[in-house]
Design a protein around this ligand. Structure first.
Ligand SMILES: [Zn+2]
Length: 418
């Protein structure tokens, strides 16, 4: 949206300012000076921003008003008054938009805080090390990105200043070859803006997580009929470390075979993706079990296909997503699961979920029509009713794959026939 303001402003300024047409002739008269470099860099910056600004996401909120401000200042010195006015109006609009967004973010943080206070129970739970490491890792990575941007900014400015000092005073199209310091200056300004935007985002997230109560575990209920069943990717087809002790289990060997370089150091209590051929956790094990054996395994994540949803309890109170560090849209928290009295993330590398994911959208009144994968049409072995074990739907077993879960309310096939 902020980016759109920049694009529209550019469009209007272009239409208003007929000066573009004869700009080329008189702009480069006289020796090259710092202001020329600034003008060229601001034009390059604007072009780049209009082209790719969309991909900056929330960083665009900070960057847009700054880009427009730079262009407005640059233009204001020599451009037509009407066009200059357009740039200033664009700057003001983008600034207002950023401020209203910031105000909205503050408001929603205040809501998260009061919601946290209102729904605080006396219960205490032990939060495992993976969850804390996942949060630390998230912030450490962002800090590294920020430092890299700062280093890039410093380097680009140094090169710009060095180049400029040798190019200053030249004629633009002189015998000494093309001037390049304006290009590096464009990079330097862009890097500066990116670093500022990244810093704003970083500190805002830090403040938000602190303010929302960083040692809380949220139980997010799924609203019946509204929430799309949601399972975080990476949680599935993973077996817990305790299950790996059986001698016949080959999951660990298969996993290290798939990773001969040993890039992922596994400690003894890490979870491991399951092997399809494991006698204990493979597809044959799922399909060879009797229906009652299968019913006893339904809580195991590894029996389900990666694209299937996990079984949904028929008791809505039991369908809760556990979140650690939830602070609203800027940091939606790490998904936890309970395992022998401790709640913890599935791995220290777990990424925080984003608000676009259905579990959190349900909190916002999401009406579940996201692209849920459909189970395969062929190769089915049987359908097992899961209602006897408290889930509201059926399991479908497949000859060459893991099982799929389908809730009783969402039989896509039935709907198509109607
Ligand atoms: Zn295994």
């Amino acid at each position: 949206m902020a980016w759109l303001i920049a694009v529209i402003t550019t469009g209007i300024a272009y239409v208003v300012d007929r000066g573009w047409e004869d700009l080329e002739d008189d702009l480069w008269v006289g020796p090259y000076d710092a202001l020329d470099m600034f003008d060229l860099a601001s034009a390059g910056l604007l072009g780049g921003f209009v082209a790719i600004g969309w991909f900056l996401g929330r960083r665009g909120l900070t960057i847009t008003p700054l880009v427009l401000l730079i262009v407005a200042i640059s233009f204001g010195r020599e451009g037509e008054p009407a066009a200059t006015a357009v740039w200033w109006v664009g700057t003001a609009l983008a600034g207002l938009w950023a401020f209203s967004y910031a105000a909205g973010a503050l408001r929603s943080l205040a809501q998260v805080r009061s919601l946290a206070r209102a729904s605080l129970t006396e219960r205490e739970t032990l939060i495992g090390p993976n969850a804390k490491n996942a949060v630390t890792r998230f912030f450490r990575r962002r800090a590294f990105l920020l430092l890299s941007l700062a280093a890039l900014t410093a380097t680009a400015w140094t090169i710009t200043i060095l180049l400029f000092s040798s190019e200053r005073g030249r004629q633009f199209e002189g015998p000494d070859g093309d001037i390049v310091s304006d290009l590096i200056a464009t990079v330097a300004v862009a890097a500066t803006l990116l670093a500022i935007a990244e810093a704003v985002l970083f500190f805002w997230r830090l403040v938000a997580v602190r303010a929302a109560g960083h040692d809380l575990v949220w139980e997010v209920p799924q609203i019946e009929g509204a929430a799309a069943p949601y399972t975080p990717i990476g949680l599935r087809a993973v077996i817990e470390a305790e299950d790996l002790r059986a001698d016949s289990c080959i999951c660990r060997t298969e996993w290290s075979r798939a990773d001969p370089e040993g890039e992922y150091e596994l400690s003894s209590d890490d979870d491991i993706p399951v092997s399809d051929y494991c006698p204990d956790h493979g597809i044959d094990r799922i399909n060879a079990s009797t229906q009652s054996e299968f019913l006893a395994m339904t809580h195991e994540p590894w029996i389900w296909d990666e694209s299937s949803v996990l079984p949904q309890s028929s008791n809505p109170d039991a369908q809760r997503t556990l979140l650690y560090g939830f602070a609203g849209p800027s940091f939606a928290g790490i998904v936890l699961r309970e395992k022998s009295g401790v709640v913890d993330a599935s791995s220290p590398y777990a990424d925080p979920i984003t608000m676009e994911q259905p579990a959190i959208r349900s909190y916002d009144g999401y009406h579940g029509d996201y692209n849920q994968a459909q189970r395969p049409g062929a190769g089915m072995v049987d359908e097992i009713d899961l209602r006897p074990v408290g889930y509201d739907g059926s399991a479908f077993r497949y000859r060459h794959g893991r099982a799929w879960y389908e809730s009783a309310q969402s039989h896509p096939e039935d709907e198509r026939e109607r």
